[in-house]
Design a protein around this ligand. Sequence first.
Ligand code: KIV
Length: 265
Amino acid sequence: MVTAYDAPSARVAHEADVDLILVGDSLAMVVLGYDDTLQVTVDDIAHHTAAVARAKPNVVIVGDMPWLSFHINTEETVKNASRLVRAGAHCVKLEGGHKRVAAVEAILDAEIPVMGHIGLTPQSSNVMGGFKVQGRHVDSAVLLVDEAKALEDAGCFAVVIEGVPAEVGARITEALTIPTIGIGAGPKTDGQVLVYHDVIGLENRFKPKFVRRYGTAFDDQAASLSAYAADVRSGAFPGPDEVYAAKDDLTEALGLYGSGANSTS
Ligand code: KIV
């Protein structure tokens, strides 16, 4: 699974043969420029889910339920999940364990498949004291296994496990019959998820330990733009092959003598 937030990245994900696209609330940080994920709204996720869906990628599209979209009451939770489905998501993901069982059940009752998300859940960063690895000690590790089982029992079809020691990722995966998808949870989860901009190297500022960059998109794109700017400044762009041909000889008619704009090819 990889995140994607717009039509071009959805087309790339399709071409790359990934299994699932997550329109994640990481949108807030990697695309919209916020410092955390708490600022992103259902409108934002729906807008970007629709852009992804319009590219018609042949993959499962997961719409991420943002903070406060499933915390208030069941009715709002189901309405918010349905908005993401109407925008093009096939299913939704939400953060949290035991506390979120009622939300999971209500969404499932509306025939929308749900993916769980436990461990380092960024929407809880203020109560976790920051973006901190979870489950490092026996008690908290055992609790995470329980949380995962509660989500499986509630009917989740898969669970994302984020920011836990590799042993905990492995133990949760062993304990569940549904697939686990890890991010910073070691190699023993059933699948992996990374943020698109991290994978292609478009995010080049902060590199979390668990990220592997497979490309140098930031540098490549900056090099392309800088070559373009240099060509514009030197007059090398546009060249003779990059202009439209006139049907008649317009040079004289338009009084363009001396301007150099006389291409009729
Ligand atoms: O929003 C997101 O990108 C996520 C992944 C990190 C799992 O929730």
